[in-house]
Design a protein around this ligand. Structure first.
Ligand code: HEC
Length: 156
């Protein structure tokens, strides 16, 4: 009986030791470290926050181009990163999100119309209700910035 208890105690001791050692040599924590370092290395030059910390990724992108940051988070899912109307969420939509490179459409609409659709959504313009209204979350300047960005795609 006693030897059995000793054997069990020994085995548990060995198991704890093995797990402990494996933990020490687990490479996964280095994977994360390497990934973080790689991300850091690819960030554009930026100012530290008031506390001397590195600002989060979104802040870095927003600092480079605030309109790009808005477009990337609010519009690209449907209209696509490059404005071609083929974003990840565009698949099931009928009609498809507008392709901003469509020069015939660009010629047909004025800036006020584009700004209006961004602000009020598709419905009041007789367009698809899948185009959401953004007036509550975007400022007038941000909407104007987006209009300019959309117009640039029409010139290429
Ligand atoms: C959930 C998907 C979705 C998102 C997100 C979205 N849109 Fe749209 N958008 C659409 C669809 C669908 C249409 C096409 C409406 C139609 O043709 O009836 C459209 C149409 C448009 C049009 C063209 C209107 C016209 O005259 O044909 C503009 C401009 C536009 N979107 C801008 C934006 C901007 C800027 C954002 C981000 C702030 C945005 N959209 C986000 C789905 C989306």
């Amino acid at each position: 009986m006693r030897s059995r208890i000793t054997a069990v105690a020994l085995m548990s001791g060995l198991l704890i030791l093995t797990v402990g050692c494996m933990e020490q040599y687990d490479p996964r924590r280095f994977w994360k470290q390497t990934k973080d370092e790689r991300e850091l290395a690819h960030r554009p030059l930026q100012k530290l926050t008031a506390k001397g910390e590195i600002p989060p990724m979104e802040a870095a992108v927003a600092e480079v181009d605030p309109v790009f940051a808005k477009y990337a988070t609010m519009c690209a899912s449907c209209h696509g990163e490059d404005g071609k109307g083929n974003g990840a969420a565009s698949g099931g939509l009928v009609p498809k999100p507008r392709n901003f490179h469509d020069t015939a459409w660009q010629a047909k609409v004025d800036d006020a119309h584009i700004a209006g659709v961004i602000s009020k959504g598709g419905t009041p313009y007789g367009l698809s209700g899948s185009m959401p209204p953004w007036g509550a979350v975007l400022s007038q300047e941000e909407i104007e910035g987006l209009v300019k960005k959309i117009r640039l795609w029409g010139k290429k």
